[in-house]
Design a protein around this ligand. Structure first.
Ligand code: FES
Ligand code: FES
Length: 208
């Protein structure tokens, strides 16, 4: 016999039924209101359905408008690398763990391998391809070069973008701030010490 078997059958039933009805009444009312709201909204505008075929997508990338036709399932990284020849950011893990694909969207870093291109229409997208001014490197790129902060280089574009975002947020970051802002990026070659030296050496990066 378990503990609940000590209650008389009638009392056990009436208590649990009252509680059940109170909860179910509130719950079903909320569900009904929500369902009516959704149904009314859909009756007026219809659900937004795109794809599965290619659809037109307009992206603002490095200050220029880019008109593409892509399937809605295509990631921002693949859209830019495969359809726009912007191959600076690399695809390494392709699952949001390494940071090699880091871009800056509306001032914040994100993993472009884990972001659908259709979801960033109308936003300002910045990739590593847009940092240099002609033959003049961006100060962060120059710092990575000067401090020899790369080996194979696959992680470098992501680290550079994360460092740009760091310096736009904290023009003179502390070591802890730099560590925190760069902790979404991994270098398999282990150049972390030099990446940190480069990041902390750059001063006065203007907001992009
Ligand atoms: S390629 Fe996007 S996080 Fe690794
Ligand atoms: S330099 Fe090779 S992964 Fe970072």
């Amino acid at each position: 016999m378990g503990p609940k078997d000590d209650f008389p059958e009638k009392e056990r039933f009436s208590v649990s039924r009252r509680d059940f009805l109170k909860t179910a009444g509130v719950g079903s009312l909320a569900t009904a209101v929500t369902a009516v709201g959704v149904a009314e909204a859909e009756a007026q505008t219809g659900p937004r359905v795109v794809g599965p075929g290619e659809v037109p997508v307009s992206l603002m990338v490095n200050g220029k408008r880019l008109d593409l036709k892509i399937e809605p399932r295509v990631t921002l990284l693949d859209a830019l690398r495969n359809r726009a020849d912007l191959t600076g950011n690399k695809r390494v893990c392709d699952r949001g763990t390494c940071g090699a694909c880091t871009m800056i969207v509306d001032g914040r870093t994100l993993y472009s391998c884990s972001t659908l291109a259709v979801d960033v229409e109308g936003k300002q997208i910045r990739t590593v391809d847009g940092l240099a001014n002609g033959a003049t490197l961006h100060p962060v790129q120059q710092a990575f070069f000067d401090h020899d902060s790369l080996m194979c280089g696959f992680c470098t574009p992501g680290f550079v973008m994360a460092t740009v975002a760091l310096l736009e947020k904290y023009p003179n970051p502390t070591r802890d701030q730099a560590r925190h802002e760069l902790d979404g990026n991994i270098c398999r070659c282990g150049t972390f010490v030099r990446i940190m030296e480069a990041a902390l050496s750059v001063k006065g990066v203007a907001r992009g």
